[in-house]
Design a protein around this ligand. Structure first.
Ligand code: HEM
Length: 466
């Protein structure tokens, strides 16, 4: 990717006068960049960055939004001034139709109270039970796939299969055996329907609210399916508590429900829905892209395989042995840099602000694009190269706190970061122990940027049982 004129806007502002506006990407009259953003949002933002530099204003319909790409901007918005740049906007409220007021879509005092209640339960020292459940599910699923491959199955559609497996692992991690296979299937369909709708809402939330967005009915049905399953399981679990700390137990410890306490019940429902959504795209895309990159770099795959052989010796993966897969972890981290699942983050400025010398008026939408920040050549030498060794050793990346944000940054940092990476180490370890694999095609993989960053076409992975 050609270099943008880095820090162009900030240089202009700091050297000439202190407070000015960054350049404007205006698009078409009236609609601004809406048609381009609908057609290809990643390309639109990449072109704006290339053309205008690290700070640029985007006209989107009647609104003027900001795109900030420099790690200094990222750190200021997500960490230092998180109380100014918040999620209190129509965009996040639209997502609440699916996940309610869970910690992923709220902010301010309400968010702080709930995040505080949950945080201790997700500390790595508490994740023993959860990691055992996750490891067992991974083994079961990969054993089944191994049996199919041994009997003649040749290939999988990589990203679809990863999504199916990840959903199963995390729904089991959430509910243990309380969820039936039928409900699991229903939940997967409902999630797919609701994700399609949330993808549409990303850009339409900038349009006037009276414009209809298709798919409302299917979305409502999907939310009902999710609710009926989730509430049934919570009620049964309250009547018959479980010994193991699956995700539901961790949430019930965070929000103890006294009989008849509707608020606590609703909060647990909302946090479950948030977790279900949070555990779909991130982990499955992380695996899909990691396996793709390992196929495209057979020499690096050899290093990862050697590590898996040396640490696991053909045995089942555990919390300890997975944690020892440091090169595998670096593969995951580098895949998350190049193909960051949540490629776009949106905040709303709730007061006037001056940000790195740039005036940001109250009510402005601010976009951060980790996909672009992860390619900033000042912080990532040869940014397009897949090089897991960046994340190894005492000078391990990133060189700037704001340069790497696959799990977000600041107070909203992903609460599942540790279990997410551990899951990735466990999965890749078990996968490499069972299969040799290669991509069917060497053609470059085109990207489709919805809420998350996905391949445009199916990617076929050939498997050979070991
Ligand atoms: C490895 C894959 C994962 C990736 C790439 C990922 C990415 C992210 C990102 C970027 C955010 C911050 C969003 C923002 O700033 O608006 C986030 C938040 C969150 N994630 Fe993850 N996540 C992953 C795995 C998980 C897992 C396994 C869980 C649950 C066990 C989880 C639960 C959450 C929750 C509840 C939040 C909201 C936190 C808050 O706003 O306070 N995530 N995740």
């Amino acid at each position: 990717m050609p270099e943008p004129s880095t820090h162009q806007a900030a240089d202009q502002t700091s050297s000439r006068l202190h407070l000015s506006q960054p350049p404007l990407a205006a698009g078409l009259p009236l609609v601004g960049l809406i048609p381009q953003l609908f057609a290809d949002p990643l390309r639109t933002l990449t072109e704006a960055w290339r053309q205008h530099g690290d700070a640029v204003r985007l006209r989107i319909g009647p609104s003027e939004c900001y795109l900030f790409t420099h790690p200094d901007h990222v750190q200021e918005i997500l960490v230092d001034k998180a109380q100014i740049y918040t999620k209190e906007s129509s965009l996040w409220q639209a997502a609440q139709a699916l996940v309610g007021k869970g910690i992923g879509t709220t902010d301010g005092e309400f968010w702080r109270k709930n995040r505080r209640a949950m945080q201790p339960q997700f500390h790595r020292s508490r994740l023993d039970d959860l990691s055992t459940i996750v490891a067992n599910s991974i083994r079961e699923l990969l054993d089944a796939l191994h049996a199919e491959v041994a009997q003649g199955r040749r290939s999988i559609l990589l990203f679809k299969e990863m999504r199916r497996m990840v959903s199963q692992v995390f729904l089991r991690a959430m509910f243990g055996s309380a969820i039936s296979p039928r409900e699991l299937d229903d939940l997967l369909v409902a999630l797919k329907d609701s994700f399609e709708r949330v993808d549409k809402l990303l850009w339409t939330s900038f349009l006037p609210p009276w414009l209809p967005v298709p798919g409302q009915r299917r979305f409502r049905d999907a939310v009902q399916v999710i609710d009926s399953i989730v509430y049934r399981i919570i009620r049964e679990r309250l009547a018959q508590p479980a010994e193991n700390d699956d995700l539901l137990n961790l949430l019930l410890k965070s929000f103890p429900i006294q009989s008849g306490d509707q608020n606590a019940l609703t909060q647990v429902r909302d946090e479950i829905a948030t977790m279900i959504v949070g555990t779909q795209d991130g982990p499955s895309l992380m695996l899909g892209w990691s396996l793709t990159l390992l196929c495209q770099h057979p020499d690096l795959q050899q290093i990862a395989r050697a590590e898996v052989g040396a640490q696991l010796h053909g045995r089942a993966v555990t919390y300890e042995s997975a944690s020892a897969l440091v090169y595998t972890r670096a593969v995951l981290e580098e895949a998350l840099r190049l193909y960051v699942p949540l490629w776009l983050t949106v905040r709303l400025a709730v007061t006037d602000d001056v940000m790195c010398g740039i005036r940001v008026p109250r009510g402005s939408f601010v976009f951060l694009c980790p996909y672009l920040t992860h390619r900033h050549s000042q912080f990532w030498p040869n940014p397009e190269d897949f090089d897991p060794s960046r994340f190894l050793g005492k000078d391990a990346a990133p060189s700037h706190r704001g340069a790497y944000l696959p799990f977000g940054l600041g107070p909203h940092l992903c609460i599942g970061k540790h279990i997410g990476l551990l899951f990735g180490q466990m999965f890749l370890g078990e996968f490499m122990q069972r299969f040799r694999f290669r991509l069917e095609s060497h053609a470059p993989i085109e990207l489709k940027a919805m809420v998350s960053l996905q391949p445009k076409q199916d990617v076929t992975l050939h498997l050979e049982a070991m």
